[in-house]
Design a protein around this ligand. Structure first.
Ligand SMILES: [Ca+2]
Ligand SMILES: [Ca+2]
Ligand SMILES: [Ca+2]
Length: 450
């Protein structure tokens, strides 16, 4: 009863806050409209094979990577069997492994953040085809126990294939591969909670084709980012001759995906698919058959060039008045070996916020120095846009603000500087439970768990 009323209340809060944002947006008020067009998939390091995951003796490659959040366990598949491989540090080779023989063979896996729920595709029987199943365990040391299928979202029938599940962090939105239109396409389905009041797992509903990712082309093996706003997938698009990994983004759950772009490790020489990214989107695991016919799971790292950032050039304390109505000036410093004209200025985001103005001017040098003869990229951000990204802050708090963007050659750049808070700020929006500045299903999930 208590649970029910909290649930109803939280629904209301969610509804009211969404209505508020919509009204505000129509009134043209909240200005933080993220510009996705200019962002690029960036440059990636030469992929390295995780050879230890292959069964080299029998020439059977590892496929379908899904890394735990601590980076220590790789869930993957080999010869149709779900596997777990372990290592002591979040990088470097895996040193031991276990075949998940307590479950039947599968076709694609996704493991929850706490590693207690495993979603996997499974061949049921001829008249049904492949469906997605759930297995659970009470702690990481235990064996998995199969729970059942997501019956509602599947189209059953001979040759019907629903596979390759991938979920948002709250496990309320699933993307998967389905051939129900005759070819492999991406589909999505949602639910309002992981389990019902009685503790039974909740079915996903409303299977919907994600049509904007490929029109009439085939698409495989999606990976959805934890926040549900970025998707990676394998496809053969725009005249490709092999499978490549593509990326697309959307501003919110209500918008279609856009800005489809090929991820830098893709090449028409080889096949790449089954992408899995770390939460910071800086490490990409994927399956590929590459030079000399070598197959398996490969890893590549996003190439990031550090830049020197000076918030409020001329001040080293960088006070930021949370009630400030003006602009926050920020400079990315040029140097002898760094021409700031190589920055794609429109790609720059400070804490995810785009600048309102930019120009080229020598305003500062490194470590608080004044103009040093090297031209800097100077940017002006609306102070309230930046404050809008904060959670609760108090007077004299020191915050690190991060700038991200790309160079014109698509190399990612990153830099940061600190500000000292003047005044107190508490986000107005009570529904933003996890204080990430947006009200979404992640907040909803937190309330509904309490
Ligand atoms: Ca390729
Ligand atoms: Ca400064
Ligand atoms: Ca300078």
């Amino acid at each position: 009863m208590f649970k029910g009323s909290i649930f109803t209340l939280s629904l209301w809060i969610l509804f009211l806050s969404m209505t508020w944002s919509r009204l505000a947006a129509e009134g043209g008020k909240p200005a933080v409209k993220k510009e996705h067009k200019s962002l690029s998939a960036g440059q990636w390091s030469e992929p390295v094979l995780l050879e230890e995951l292959n069964d080299s003796a029998n020439d059977i490659p590892a496929t379908r990577p899904c890394l735990s959040k601590d980076g220590l366990t790789m869930y993957f598949m080999r010869d149709g069997r779900i596997m777990e491989a372990y290592r002591d540090a979040p990088s470097g080779p895996f040193t031991s492994e276990r075949a998940v023989t307590e479950l039947d063979k599968g076709y694609g896996i996704w493991v929850s953040e706490d590693e207690l729920r495993l979603y996997y595709a499974h061949y049921e029987y001829a008249s049904v085809g492949r469906r997605i199943r759930l297995a659970t365990r009470n702690s990481k040391g235990e064996l998995w126990q199969d729970v059942g299928t997501f019956t509602v979202i599947h189209k059953d029938g001979h040759g019907q294939i629903d596979t390759s599940p991938t979920l948002t962090a709250d496990e309320l939105t699933m993307f998967y591969e389905s051939n129900r239109t005759g070819i492999k396409q991406l589909w999505t389905a949602t639910r309002a909670s992981i389990t019902d009041g009685a503790g039974n797992f909740t079915q996903f509903e409303n299977p919907t084709r994600v049509i904007e990712l490929a029109d009439d082309d085939e698409v495989w093996t999606p990976y959805i980012a934890p926040d549900g706003l970025t998707i990676y997938y394998g496809a053969i698009l725009y005249g490709d001759t092999t499978r490549n990994i593509y990326k697309a983004t959307r501003p919110s759950f209500n918008d279609p995906f856009e800005n489809i772009e090929k991820v830098g490790i893709s090449t028409d020489l080889y096949w790449e698919w089954m992408p899995y990214l770390t939460d910071d989107a800086k490490t990409l695991y994927f399956y590929s058959r590459r030079a000399n016919d070598i197959r398996g799971i490969w890893v590549s790292h996003k190439i990031i060039q550090n830049v020197i950032v000076d918030i409020k050039p001329g001040s080293s304390r960088n006070p930021l008045n949370v009630k400030g109505k003006g602009m926050l000036p920020v400079a990315i410093l040029g140097a002898e070996d760094f021409d700031v004209h190589s920055i794609m200025a429109v790609s720059i985001r400070l804490e995810g916020v785009a600048a309102l103005r930019q120009s080229y001017q020598d305003v500062a040098g490194p470590e608080g120095a004044g103009p040093d003869g090297f031209i800097d990229l100077t940017l002006k951000f609306k102070t309230q846009d930046i404050v809008g990204t904060f959670g609760e802050v108090n007077h004299e708090d020191v915050l690190t603000l991060v700038i991200e963007g790309v160079l014109t050659d698509e190399t990612a750049i990153e830099g940061s500087d600190e500000v000292t808070i003047v005044g107190k700020h508490k986000p107005l929006n009570q529904a933003d439970i996890n204080k990430d500045g947006i009200v979404d299903l992640a907040d909803f999930a937190i309330i509904s768990k309490n």
